[in-house]
Design a binder for this molecule. Structure first.
Ligand code: 0WK
Ligand code: 0WK
Ligand code: BGC
Ligand code: BGC
Length: 886
């Protein structure tokens, strides 16, 4: 057990090699030193401030604390006030069911609040010191890798300890606690000491267990993105030697300890060093010597044979400078031994050997860490402070002195100051929580404007309703245009024939051939082809656009071999069109379209002229329909109850069957209902949404090709959500809360953050690593925290969009219900659009919002499988038949 300096240097070198292994992504899995990223990127910088709760679990004492960090007026230094309570931790809880352990923790937390008369109503930020190895991707998350020391609670390995505590707190109820940070006790200790000493960049625990952390260069931590600055790494050095690296130093006593432990083969160094084992090591050595007749005349007692009978506290007592020998005698007598003075000296010596080896091994590990820091920083000499805590270091008489001495001998080029953490790791945990809180607060501040309350949503519903009502009035200037579609009923199955359909305005332009069969074996068969619409065509001249459309039709008619057939055509034209019956239509552009010299013109004329210009084929243009109407008709073919069409895609819009009596601008008395294309995207153009529109939305509107228009659409549809997210990320980055404050060209590039990325980033299946690879793909270097923030921003923006669409839909269904004087309305909505179809949460949030805001309406949502092309063909079939009959 005696280790001289060469051996310690050898151990230190092995230790350094293992640190490298743990830091590299390739070899981390095999490394015994897990080098866990802690997401603590700086020691206290003086800005920490506030009141925090702290829970300290994993050391010899389980504590609940309140930490108040205050900057008193006129005083340079901040003051820290703490009150704490130690709570018992029954042994059976340490090896019982994990949830029971955490229920005990949350019950104690509640008791602490009551005892200390801390308000139960107020929201309390909490820092959780959890002294076990956790894989963290952020401050407020940590998967338990394995238990150690005398803990072995079931059902928690691999689980997120922050969530586990949050769930236990909500089970306990009656308190509002926000777990903002999880820190290892070494990290808490470093931060506690760092509060007073800026040079403190190493945290060391020599207590029940043992471990160390230190500030490593970010560029060396493969498991974390980013290469500038530093991050605290929790080495989890207790596991050093688990791969046999210390076998040549292990004694038979160490092997016995390991074999009898609850985690054999694990925590090799810890079992040679820490308080849970030192006493036992001494007992095993003394037992062996007694059996060999070297002590107590070879008389072994049951007590001496009993595990745990000599504790580390005993070892510390026996090594006391003044009373050591007397203590030794008393302790041996307690073990029913009859020690001679020599026996006492010998046993005391055993204690010294065992504890000396412990401090030497710690010195070797520490020397490895200090050397690495000095080399990282290319310094000849390193001045650094080590923050220390733990009963062995604190209570064992000579332990600290020996350790300091050996460290200084092993690393003479490091000027090391050891600072004892007087107030435990929770002060440090509070510092980390303060940083987490500040980051969260600043972030939430930006995102709070996206969080809409139930009342706000109710008010949006009312404003949409008012817009619908106003739009139905003749000569109305309502931004909700309420355009008559001249579709008076949904399909009845008698439709039949072959139709050509065009579908323009969504993500893709499609040309379709639709064959409708009526009667018993009624069916609709589609043949279609997608054609891209290049941006320069979308925003070129009207003539170029319609020539491009006709070029695609020509290509398609070749493809289906029907160039000669003068097919009736239905045109899904997904833009606001004011029309007189089915054909005469003036329109305006929305979304990404801005072709010139055609807004206000007649779509049919423009298409006819382009066909004439090409002079290759002819069609009979019968109907122009909006994609919402096409979608409603297409779904109504399956479900006659479908009387609403919703598009949540590139754009956003709804149509529904309105009572003709309510439509002032129709002039067609005898029909009962007509489908109205609401063009709800325009809501807010009159400023009626300004109280919920954020600065980010205004930025998107300013940069859009139709500034001031389609305000509701710009809050809810796919073309814009990505841009809203980009604006928020830009702002957070400019405020230093993201991407290390680096505003890259990528981030400044409009349209870079396509909405499809929102859907990908928000899908629960995606691990943060993949979020980062999406950001990487966009040329945005990110850290874990960054990815979490990006995911949060995406969530806030898409959730608001879905809620607003839900509020709009609630207005529509409630209007239909009241139109029909019903207490209860059962109705189906035909839906299409990539946002609704592909976003992981959009449809659910929309539906939940409708249920909450229109409880008397039972709404079924039917996804339109075939797109609106089928709907357009059905409308064409109806229109054609009505023309014939007219
Ligand atoms: C006191 C710290 C606690 C840490 C403990 C370690 O507040 O977080 O776990 O020291 O020492 P032990 O109590 O295990 O001897
Ligand atoms: C598919 C429909 C089309 C509509 C589109 C909307 O066939 O008429 O415009 O959905 O969704 P988007 O492609 O804009 O996401
Ligand atoms: C744990 C560490 C902890 C150390 C000191 C070890 O058993 O694995 O996470 O820092 O004990 O408490
Ligand atoms: C258009 C609507 C269309 C919607 C969905 C909006 O920009 O104004 O006519 O229904 O997008 O495509």
């Amino acid at each position: 057990m005696r280790l001289h300096d060469d051996q310690l240097r050898d151990i230190s070198a092995r230790f350094q090699a293992e640190m490298k292994k743990g830091l590299s992504a390739e070899s981390n899995a095999a490394a015994t030193l897990k080098m866990l990223p802690t997401h603590v990127c700086s020691t206290p910088d003086g800005s920490e401030n506030g009141e925090f709760l702290a829970v300290d679990l994993g050391g010899s004492k389980f504590k609940v604390l309140q930490v108040k960090v205050r900057k008193e007026a006129g005083r340079v230094r901040r003051s820290v006030e703490m009150q704490e309570q130690t709570y018992p931790l029954p042994k059976e809880l340490l090896i019982g069911r994990g949830v029971e352990l955490f229920d005990h923790v949350s019950e104690c937390l509640k008791d602490f609040l009551l005892q200390k008369k801390i308000s139960l109503e107020k929201k309390h930020p909490l820092g959780f010191t959890f002294s076990f190895p956790c894989q963290q991707t952020a401050l407020n998350q940590g998967l338990l890798l394995n238990w150690s020391k005398n803990y072995w609670a079931r059902g928690l390995q691999g689980k997120d300890m922050v969530n586990t505590l949050r769930q236990a707190i909500s089970r306990a109820g009656g308190m509002d606690v926000d777990v903002l940070a999880l820190v290892n006790d070494t990290v808490g200790t470093m931060m506690t000491c760092g509060f007073d000493d800026q040079h403190c960049e190493v945290g060391l625990i020599i207590g029940t267990g043992t471990n160390a952390c230190y500030m490593e260069e970010l560029r060396h931590i493969d498991l974390v993105e980013g290469d500038e600055g530093r991050m605290c790494v929790n080495t989890e050095w207790g596991a050093f030697g688990d791969d046999g690296a210390l076998d040549d130093y292990l004694t038979e006593f160490d092997r016995d300890i390991d074999a009898a432990s609850i985690n054999p083969g694990k925590q090799c160094l810890e079992k040679m060093v820490s308080g849970l084992y030192l006493g036992e090591l001494v007992r095993l050595v003394v037992l062996k010597m007694t059996k060999l007749g070297l002590l107590f005349d070879g008389r072994v007692t049951d007590a001496l044979r009993t595990k745990g009978k000599i504790t580390t506290a005993h070892v510390a007592a026996m090594e006391q400078y003044k009373d050591g020998l007397k203590n030794t005698r008393d302790i041996l007598l307690d073990l029913s031994l009859n020690p001679s003075p020599d026996d006492c000296i010998a046993v005391q010596h055993v204690c010294t050997v065992v504890s000396f080896r412990s401090s030497n091994l710690v010195a070797a590990g520490l020397a490895a860490i200090l050397t690495r820091i000095r080399q990282n920083r290319k310094l000849k000499t390193l001045r650094i402070t080590v923050g220390v805590d733990g009963t062995v270091y604190k209570t064992h008489p000579q332990y600290a002195k020996r350790l300091h001495k050996v460290v200084r001998r092993l690393v003479p080029d490091c000027h090391v100051r050891f600072v004892l953490s007087e107030s435990g790791s929770s002060k440090g945990a509070a510092m980390v929580t303060a940083v987490a809180q500040r980051v969260t607060a600043r972030r939430h501040q930006s995102l709070s404007s996206f969080r809409l309350s139930r009342d706000q949503l109710r008010s949006v519903k009312a404003r949409m309703r008012a817009g619908l009502e106003a739009g139905l009035k003749s000569n109305s200037h309502s931004p909700v245009k309420m355009l008559p579609s001249y579709v008076f009923r949904t399909p009845d199955g008698t439709e039949c024939g072959k139709y050509l359909a065009l579908d323009l305005g969504g993500t893709n332009f499609r040309v379709l051939l639709v064959k409708i069969r009526s009667g018993l074996r009624r069916s609709v068969r589609l043949y279609n082809k997608l054609y891209p619409i290049p941006l320069e065509i979308m925003q070129g001249t009207g003539e170029e656009l319609f020539d491009h459309i006709v070029h695609c039709i020509s290509d398609f008619l070749d493809y289906v071999g029907m160039k000669k057939a003068r097919l009736p055509l239905g045109f899904t034209f997904s833009f606001p069109c004011l029309w007189k019956m089915f054909l005469k239509k003036r329109f305006s552009w929305t979304k990404g379209f801005k072709a010139t010299d055609c807004e206000g013109n007649d779509v049919v004329d423009m298409l006819r002229e382009a066909i004439k210009r090409r002079n290759e084929f002819d069609v009979d243009i019968v109907a122009i329909v909006n994609d919402t109407v096409g979608t409603m008709m297409s779904c109504a073919y399956e479900d006659p109850q479908c009387e609403i069409g919703l598009i949540a895609g590139t754009g956003s819009n709804v149509c529904y069957m309105e009572e003709l009596r309510n439509i002032e601008k129709n002039g067609l008395g005898e029909m009962q209902r007509m489908c109205i294309n609401t063009e709800w995207g325009g809501l807010g153009e009159d400023g009626c949404l300004d109280d919920i529109i954020t600065e980010y939305d205004n930025a998107v509107d300013r940069e859009s090709i139709n500034h001031g228009r389609q305000r509701f659409e710009k809050l809810t549809s796919g073309l814009y959500l990505g841009e809203v997210v980009r604006q928020v990320l830009l702002d957070l980055t400019r405020r230093g809360l993201l991407f290390k404050g680096r505003v890259t060209e990528a981030l400044k590039t409009p349209g870079i953050f396509e909405t499809k990325y929102l859907s990908q980033i928000e899908s629960d299946r995606l691990a943060l690593l993949q979020v980062r690879s999406i950001l990487q793909h966009l040329g945005l270097d990110s850290t874990c925290d960054d990815s979490i923030i990006v995911k949060e921003v995406c969530g806030a923006v898409s959730r608001r969009a879905a809620q607003l669409c839900g509020a709009g839909m609630a207005a529509v269904v409630d209007k239909i219900r009241e139109n029909r004087g019903l207490d209860q309305l059962n109705i189906t909505v035909g839906v299409d659009g990539t946002l609704y179809k592909l976003h992981p949460h959009f449809s659910t949030v929309l539906q939940e919002t409708v249920v909450a805001l229109a409880p008397q309406c039972y709404v079924t949502y039917l996804l339109s499988e075939e797109g609106s092309g089928r709907g357009a063909a059905l409308i064409t079939a109806v229109a054609r038949r009505d023309q014939v009959e007219m």
